[in-house]
Ligand binder design. Structure first.
Ligand SMILES: Nc1ncnc2c1ncn2[C@@H]1O[C@H](COP(=O)(O)OP(=O)(O)OP(=O)(O)O)[C@@H](O)[C@H]1O
Length: 402
């Protein structure tokens, strides 16, 4: 079956009143971005829906594969086009219905006649087309309420457009329509899920990762770049900042008693993240923390860690169970990357008996014997930023075509 265009429905976007133009524009850009290598793809945005047109059949197939990942789309339907002529419509209706399962299904035809000059009234058309479909697929049963197959026939000036399949979109809001944040991305299971959930609410992200070579390997870094790439498939590219953290971790191990070193490590990470956040103009920091999961994630620990900044810390997983988090990570394709067995900087320096109720004054006391701020600034300065996922140039080259 050859589809000529895809009808894209916005869902939540339609609730957004005054902001809707901004949302639609963002969504359009994100779709363009995801399709930038598909030369024949064009987009037409209307008030409450968008059409993706592709002349090339392969491009159309790829577009159908990619659309379910893009936030802000509620559902989409591939559409077949024919001449606005009753016989042509009847013929096309058979192709469209025949492209899916018909056994044991209920069915209904719905007509939309934007072209009022078309020489049949809606009731007549419904009967003609419905009768023809039933003569070819006698197994179908007509049902007016909630049919399994709804054949939509939209008659416009430039032709008739038929569709019968509705694919579920990713929902949520277009990435970038709700501000920018910095995700602390560890390489574990949780933080990629945290990033995904905020992206789903329309937040665009940069990611920051703390690496401690030679204690952490190139393969551990690769894991994080792969996670970043996977997150980039949800509607907007993610830039990754890799922080050299070895010197600071060694200083922490020397200066701070074993049972408080995890708290200090987190406080240092957060201060570095906060400086990077400021430099890139992000408004909040996202982490994959979930209450009670490990010693550094008790309310007391989170309070002691949080004390170093007034920046909002978004913790979308805070009340989730590990199994719920794993379930999402499997669905979004990050789980298999996260379970690769390479050590994270925190795992290697993990103390044997970290305090679950660290006292802020004690932590501050031990930190005061060493001049940490210069090391923090140096780590921020010496970061490596991977822009590979942005492909801004590619976007710019392609934008004229859309
Ligand atoms: N090396 C790191 N680089 C960047 N962020 C980190 C790093 N280690 C930890 N974090 C951040 O701190 C959060 C808590 O980390 P921790 O290791 O305590 O928990 P976790 O539940 O194992 O999280 P994850 O599964 O994301 O590693 C992480 O979700 C992440 O946001």
């Amino acid at each position: 079956m050859e589809w000529n265009e895809i009808l894209i429905r916005y869902g939540e976007l339609s609730l957004k009143g005054r902001n809707r133009n901004v949302f639609v524009r963002k969504l359009k850009n994100n779709i363009k971005d995801a399709m930038r290598d598909l030369q024949s793809v064009r987009l037409k945005a209307e008030r409450d829906r968008m059409f993706l047109v592709a002349d090339d059949e392969e491009d159309m197939k790829k577009a159908i594969e990619r659309l379910p990942h893009i936030f802000g789309i509620q559902s989409f339907s591939p559409v077949a086009k024919c001449e606005a002529d009753l016989d042509a419509i009847k013929k096309k209706a058979i192709d469209v219905i025949g492209s899916g399962e018909t056994t044991g299904r209920t069915f209904k035809v719905e007509i939309k006649r934007a072209d009022k000059t078309f020489p049949y009234v809606t009731g007549e058309l419904q009967q003609e087309i419905g009768g023809h479909v039933l003569s070819q697929f006698p197994e179908l049963v007509v049902q007016m309420k909630k049919p399994d197959i709804l054949l939509l026939v939209d008659i416009r000036k430039d032709g008739a457009f038929l569709t019968s399949k509705v694919f579920k979109g990713a929902g949520g809001m277009p990435v970038g329509s709700n501000g920018h944040s910095l995700l602390m991305l560890s390489g574990g299971i949780d933080s990629p899920v945290a990033g995904y959930l905020l992206m789903k609410r329309g937040v665009s992200i940069d990611a920051i990762h703390f690496a401690s070579p030679p204690y952490t390997s190139e393969l551990a870094k690769r894991k994080v770049t792969d996670l970043t790439e996977q997150l980039s498939s949800f509607g907007a590219s993610v830039r990754l900042h890799i922080i050299p953290f070895t010197e600071l971790q060694q200083a922490i191990v020397k200066q701070v008693p074993d049972n408080l070193s995890m708290t200090t490590t987190r406080r240092m990470m957060l201060q570095i993240a906060d400086k990077v956040r400021e430099e890139i103009g992000a408004l909040a920091i996202i982490t994959g923390e979930s209450l009670g999961q490990v010693a550094s994630q008790t309310l007391d620990s989170l309070t002691a860690i949080n004390e170093v900044t007034a920046t909002p810390i978004l913790r979308p997983l805070i009340a989730m169970d590990k199994l719920e988090i794993i379930d999402i990570s499997q669905k979004i394709g990050t789980y298999d990357i996260s379970i690769r067995p390479y050590e994270d900087c925190c795992t290697i320096f993990t103390p044997s008996n970290p305090k679950t109720k660290p006292k802020i004054e004690k932590v501050q006391h031990f930190e005061s014997f060493f001049d940490f701020p210069p090391l923090i600034d140096e780590a921020v300065r010496n970061r490596t930023t991977i822009e590979a996922f942005e492909q801004r140039q590619a976007d710019a080259d392609f934008s004229d075509l859309l």
